[in-house]
Design a protein around this ligand. Structure first.
Ligand code: ADP
Ligand code: MG
Length: 352
């Protein structure tokens, strides 16, 4: 199944390119780009106005550094060290890791645990990687296993202490920054690009996009919004943005099917199961990608009503929900910026 995932990822890349190549004017400079497989996804960095390979080198090195510090799959990462020492002792982490965990705790608090950074034990139990889609022969976890792991999930037991120390205060607890790290990484890419004087670039970390500046002709970027009913790389609409992050969470990305039912990778800590509601996909436009990433995961779990109420309390967050009833729900303020591309979907203004 690995092959299928890779094929999809290649398709995403090709589609992404086809969208963005339309963005170049007939200027003298050719854009430069880099594609890598990092942070468990395809990343694509493209600079339009300052074609210097050394900027891309620095950016990619930073991505590797972030992955090495924040991945649960890397044994020596700060996050793995925190997890190994759960219930034993606090662990001193790097500044960036501390910053991301601090943000993670904040979003857990304001979403009342819909975004839940200590979801690790449940993620591990469900083991939904996206590379193993047909598990007819396998099974899903038992109620008992789920209950047992749920008891280990609670952001209130994640402690941020002085001097960059972080502590999970019960044995068996596990931090998982998978719902926020790519957003942070996108913000870091933007920082590096800006430090080098880049004014026009696309940062795409597996669908976690930062559209830096504007197109060279001064027009906004046109960012494709993933169609949750199609495989990755198919767009159901276009959002016009300048200097903004667009992050999407959906049930199409990483999932497996068991006895005809789809189990995707965003877990509702309150039920212990992959979250189930009317939402099939949610895209968030925000200034900071770290905010968009945490919020997209939170809103996927919260649903349209509760999710919209949450973002209405935060400044400058835009949402596009796609529901299982073929509705695309946008806020009124997005009316001029969003174009629906798929005829069978119904465009609705968010009533909340
Ligand atoms: P993706 O990483 O596929 O773009 P998300 O940003 O929505 O999608 O993050 C999903 C990842 O976050 C999961 O793979 C898992 O590691 C972690 N996760 C799953 N459920 C939750 C949750 N309720 N809160 C926070 N993180 C979660
Ligand atoms: Mg997320």
């Amino acid at each position: 199944m690995r092959l299928r995932k890779l094929l999809e990822l290649v398709l995403i890349f090709v589609m992404t390119l086809s969208i963005f190549t339309g963005c170049v004017g007939n200027k003298q400079k050719e854009p430069i780009s880099r594609t890598e497989f990092l942070m468990d996804t395809v990343i694509m960095l493209k600079i339009y106005d300052k074609p210097e390979e050394k900027i891309l080198d620095e950016a990619v090195n930073r991505l590797i550094e972030i992955e090495n510090r924040m991945s649960v799959d890397i044994d020596t990462s700060d996050v793995s060290l925190i997890n190994k020492n759960a219930g034993i002792k606090p662990v001193k982490v790097n500044d960036d890791v501390y910053y991301v965990i601090d943000k993670a705790k904040h979003f857990a608090e304001i979403s009342n645990g819909a975004y839940e950074p200590t979801i690790g034990p449940l993620v591990e139990l469900w083991n939904i990687t996206g590379t193993d889609r047909e598990r007819e022969k396998a099974s899903i976890p038992t109620e008992e296993q789920i209950k047992e792991k749920m008891a280990l999930v609670d952001y209130n037991d994640l402690e941020l202490m002085e001097d960059n120390f972080v502590y999970l205060n019960r044995k068996g607890m596990k931090l998982d920054l998978g719902g926020i790290a790519k957003g942070y990484a996108a913000d870091e890419m933007k920082r590096i690009f800006k430090e080098h004087g880049v004014g026009s670039a696309i940062i795409d970390l597996g669908g976690n996009v930062y559209a830096l500046g504007e197109k060279e002709n001064g027009e906004p970027w046109k960012i494709g919004i993933q169609d949750p009913f199609e495989i990755a790389g198919n767009y159901m609409g276009i959002l016009n943005v300048k200097d903004r992050s667009i992050v999407t969470s959906g049930d199409y990305e990483r999932y497996f099917e068991y006895k005809g039912k789809r189990y995707h990778h965003i877990i509702d800590a309150k039920t212990g199961y992959p979250s189930e509601n009317e939402v099939s996909g949610i895209s968030i436009a925000s200034d900071k990608s770290i905010d968009g990433d945490a919020l997209s995961t939170a809103l996927f779990v919260l649903g349209v009503n509760e999710g919209t109420k949450l973002v209405n309390q935060i400044e400058n967050i835009d949402t596009v929900f796609i529901t299982k009833n073929d509705e695309v729900i946008i806020q009124e303020k997005l009316q001029d910026e969003f174009t629906l591309k798929k005829g069978n979907l119904k465009l609705i203004i968010n009533p909340y």
